[in-house]
Structures are given as C-alpha cells and as structure tokens.
Design a protein around this ligand. Structure first.
Ligand code: AMP
Ligand code: ZN
Length: 116
C-alpha cells in the first residue's frame, strides 16, 4: 500500500468505486470517465507504479491477466472482443501511478496509438 495513492485508497475503501470483480490478488472497478461502452480498470492489491516495476514480480502480471480472463469469460466481452491497455509514463498519459490495466469493450473500438 502507498499512503497517497488514489487506487490504494480505493482498495482500502477510503474512496468509493463501482466494483465489478475481485479476488485475493486483484480488484476491478468501472473507470470514472469511460472511454468505451465498457471501461473497467484492473489493479493488483500490491502497489507498484507502472508495468515495469510490476514486472519484477511475474506472478502479479499473471494474477491480472487471469482475473481479466475470468471476468471476460463470464461476460459477453470474450465473445465479442475487447482491448487491454496500460499507460506508462508521461508520453502515454499515465495519470495514476498505481499500475492499472484498462479493459475496453462493449462495442467496436477505434484505432489507438495515433499521435495527437
Ligand atoms: P491513466 O491515464 O492510464 O493513468 O488512467 C487513469 C484512469 O483512472 C483514467 O481513465 C481515469 O478516468 C480513472 N480514474 C481516476 N480516478 C478514478 C476514480 N476515483 N474511480 C475510477 N476511475 C478513476
Ligand atoms: Zn497504490
């Protein structure tokens, strides 16, 4: 846990969120500013700032993707398709420095990765 981290506060229920999935390792909730019909954030209960820091513990990466697989398999997302995005650092526009994975779907998605 990191004291001033927004997503750690969500994990501690100090800030409310709309939970969609949780297990012992992973928590998922609706993004407050959805960029797709379905926009969910998956986070690990262990605080890391970005994917590179998280990658030092390979199990935590597996925990996230197993949670996404389990969640999508139980919804219509697995059938219709979805996108997983993680932003790291300034150029990618990371704004919350607790590693998170955006799960986007619920309808056709636009192209991504373009210069703005
Ligand atoms: P990123 O820009 O990749 O760091 O993503 C951070 C995401 O967190 C953005 O899509 C925000 O809309 C979302 N966000 C920020 N605060 C909250 C919150 N309190 N509850 C849910 N989502 C949030
Ligand atoms: Zn955190």
């Amino acid at each position: 846990m990191s004291v001033n981290c927004l997503f750690c506060k969500i994990l501690k229920n100090e800030i409310s969120s709309q939970k969609v999935f949780e297990n012992e390792k992973v928590f998922a909730f609706y993004d407050i500013h959805p960029q797709a019909q379905t926009h969910i954030l998956f986070i690990h209960r262990n605080h890391t700032k970005d994917i590179n820091e998280m990658s030092s513990d390979a199990q935590s990466i597996a925990d996230i993707f197993q949670a996404i697989a389990q969640f999508t398999a139980e919804s219509d997302l697995a059938q219709n398709g979805f996108r997983v995005v993680t932003n790291s650092g300034a150029h990618a526009g990371q704004t919350v420095f607790h590693t998170h994975f955006h799960l986007l779907g619920g309808g056709p998605l636009g192209q991504f990765g373009q210069r703005s």
